[in-house]
Design a protein around this ligand. Structure first.
Ligand SMILES: [Zn+2]
Length: 290
């Protein structure tokens, strides 16, 4: 597998999203030699799980959670973590032009073939998750547009594939067995965990060999662990559902399509990493002319 030059970028909202939602693919593709990058919108400054009176404040918690994320990134063998410096809970009120520009700048600098973000329902309607999905999708378009200007000096970059991480009913069952119904009240409405139907899944990645590494990454998020231990305590039956497979919706692809379910986020790109003979011929012709 010639994957040395391939790059995967995850664009997510909170420290721990990377391990819980995409830990399996980050570990798997890093092990296969893919360069993996993480763009993180916030430092999770409002994610305090201890007694209210002990909350250290947003800045101190943000520093702590950044350190936890960097430890998890080391476990997952990420090449680089980039923070966008938004406040936890405020991402859907951020200036969208600025947000798209910040992400597009990273896409143009790092030039990934594949980008993964959260699905447009925000897993359970979390406004930050929905916002990062929208901002990342827009940034993929902006980064490719030669008329879109950001003062970084990097050339436009056309990302070949964009995926939404989808959660399926089996994962919902596992999470709700641990935590009870996952809901969130927003604007007077109760939002619930929204599992994707099996038929809508375009891509299934076998991550079963990496669950111990993923769990090690999750355990780096010490400030959040009281909740996660419930996941670890689930009966074995749930383990395969939680860690065995990660599923995705291929929102955009310039290299493949159709109904066949993919087993590789880089499907359609592997051949491009090994250019056909015609490519070499064309190159040598150009070389002769210059
Ligand atoms: Zn999150």
């Amino acid at each position: 597998m010639k994957s040395k030059s391939l790059k995967l970028m995850c664009i997510l909202a909170h420290p721990d999203d990377e391990s819980l939602a995409t830990g399996g693919i980050l570990a798997k593709y890093a092990a296969a030699g893919v360069q993996t990058y993480l763009v993180m919108a916030t430092r999770g400054e409002r994610g305090w799980t201890g007694p209210v009176q002990d909350y250290p404040g947003p800045q101190a918690l943000g520093r702590l959670r950044e350190a936890e994320l960097r430890a998890a990134a080391h476990v997952l063998r990420l090449r680089e973590v980039i923070f966008l410096d938004y406040q936890d809970g405020d991402l859907d009120q951020a200036d969208p032009t600025e947000g798209v520009g910040k992400i597009a700048a990273q896409i143009r600098r790092l030039r990934p073939e594949v980008i993964v973000t959260l699905d447009p329902t925000g897993i359970y309607g979390h406004p930050d998750h929905i916002a990062i999905s929208q901002l990342a999708t827009s940034a993929v378009l902006a980064a490719a547009d030669p008329n879109y200007f950001i003062p970084t000096g990097d050339l436009p970059h056309r990302t070949a594939k964009l995926y939404y991480r989808t959660f399926v009913p089996a994962e919902q069952a596992a999470y709700e067995a641990a935590f009870g119904p996952l809901t969130m009240a927003v604007d007077g409405f109760e939002r619930r965990f929204t599992a994707w139907p099996q038929w809508a899944i375009t891509t299934r990645i076998d991550t079963s060999a990496y669950w111990e590494q993923v769990w090690q990454a999750i355990e780096c998020h010490c400030s959040q662990l009281p909740g996660y231990q419930k996941l670890k305590a689930l009966p074995d039956d749930y383990y395969a559902n939680l860690w065995g497979t990660q599923t995705f919706y291929r929102a955009m692809s310039l290299v493949n399509g159709g109904r066949e379910v993919e087993q590789d986020l880089f499907a359609g790109l592997r051949d491009l990493a090994q250019p056909p003979m015609l490519f070499y011929l064309a190159q040598s012709l150009v070389g002769d002319m210059s």
